[in-house]
Design a protein around this ligand. Structure first.
Ligand SMILES: NC(=O)c1ccc[n+]([C@@H]2O[C@H](COP(=O)([O-])OP(=O)(O)OC[C@H]3O[C@@H](n4cnc5c(N)ncnc54)[C@H](OP(=O)(O)O)[C@@H]3O)[C@@H](O)[C@H]2O)c1
Length: 310
């Protein structure tokens, strides 16, 4: 990629897409192609084909998708499988047809088997059953990975797949019950303080561990790979450390200054018990995360208060 390359960031209004866009601009990339969902709905094949034909992007970051937390994944399986599969089909196929030089597709850690040895190495993909609560989403995400690999094999494209840990940070838009765990906890704490509630309820035991990573760290890794890596291997991007929901809750309690009780509702699901990514591959390529979980949570909390904390 050079500073004048035409770079399309699909999903530039989302958590990851907005951070990738911000960092590319900071690095001096001048020719970014950005389209809102209203301007280009990626579910529609003809619209996507017209866009690629007209705009001729040279590089594509696939940051568009239907996302959500455990509740949304359980209740809206149909939407999750259809929209994610359709967006991937359209973006990856027309990137091939219109000769995109390089594409980066973002997969997620739920693509790994539910009983995967920890930390999860890239070679463990497709070696077992998927966690049932997010199976539809994960199957759609796996089909995107297989599409990139199949096109690389048959058409000699340069389509890279990365697998992200649990990305969080400034730019998040969903904070309600359908949201990912960190934004929904941030909202819960803020609401509890505002309404003077004496307790905050958390789904599950709080023991589930995830590989949380602050969004700018994640985006820097994606850009680093677009700039420096041309291989065909899947690459994990995380911090390579498991942090429990309980630790996140304790940190957010401290950051927000909430004084009430925390109740863990063990009758509610909390997904797979542990998901930690092995990040040896990307570390060996020369990248490592810089932002601690506490720093990231603090930035995200302050950002939420500024933007949503009426
Ligand atoms: N967040 C994570 O923890 C995480 C971890 C690993 C992988 N990923 C993957 O990374 C990608 C981005 O995640 P994110 O957290 O940044 O998601 P996000 O905040 O929900 O952003 C999704 C983006 O996709 C756009 N989009 C959705 N449907 C579209 C459509 N039909 N046409 C055009 N644009 C559409 C959204 O536009 P609107 O805002 O207009 O709806 C938004 O810009 C997803 O594929 C996700 O699977 C995320």
């Amino acid at each position: 990629m050079d500073k004048n390359s035409a770079i399309y960031i699909a999903g530039h209004t989302g958590l990851i897409g907005s951070s990738i866009t911000k960092i590319l601009k900071e690095k001096g990339y001048k020719n970014l192609i950005l389209k809102t969902k209203e301007e280009l709905n990626l579910l529609y094949q003809k619209e996507v084909e017209y866009f690629f034909k007209k705009e001729k992007p040279e590089y594509v970051f696939v940051c568009a998708g239907k996302t959500g937390g455990i509740k949304a994944n359980i209740e809206r399986k149909g939407e999750f499988i259809y929209e994610n599969a359709q967006i991937n089909l359209n973006l990856i196929h027309f990137s091939y047809i219109y000769k995109v030089k390089k594409l980066l597709y973002i997969g997620c850690s739920c693509m790994y088997p539910v009983n995967c040895p920890q930390p999860m190495k890239e070679e463990y993909l497709l070696t077992g059953k998927i966690e049932p609560t997010n199976e539809s989403y994960a199957i759609a995400k796996i089909s995107g990975l297989k599409m990139c690999q199949s096109y690389n094999y048959q058409y000699k494209t340069n389509f890279l797949t990365v697998i992200g840990g649990n990305v969080f940070g400034e730019g998040e838009k969903q904070f309600d019950e359908g949201a990912h765990v960190i934004p929904s906890l941030i909202k819960k704490f803020h609401q509890a303080i505002k309404r003077n509630l004496d307790k905050v309820e958390i789904w599950g035991k709080g023991t589930a561990k995830r590989d949380f990573i602050y969004v700018d760290d994640f985006s820097n890794a994606c850009i680093f790979l677009m700039e420096n890596y041309d291989g065909d291997e899947v690459i994990n991007i995380g911090r390579g450390e498991g942090v429990s929901i309980r630790e996140i809750v304790e940190n957010l309690k401290e950051i927000s200054g909430y004084q009430g009780k925390i109740i863990y509702n063990e009758n509610m699901p909390e997904g797979a018990p542990i998901r930690i990514l092995d990040i040896e591959k990307i570390k060996n390529l020369g990248w490592k995360p810089k932002i601690t979980i506490y720093e990231g949570l603090k930035k995200t909390y302050l950002w939420y208060i500024k933007n949503y904390g009426e």
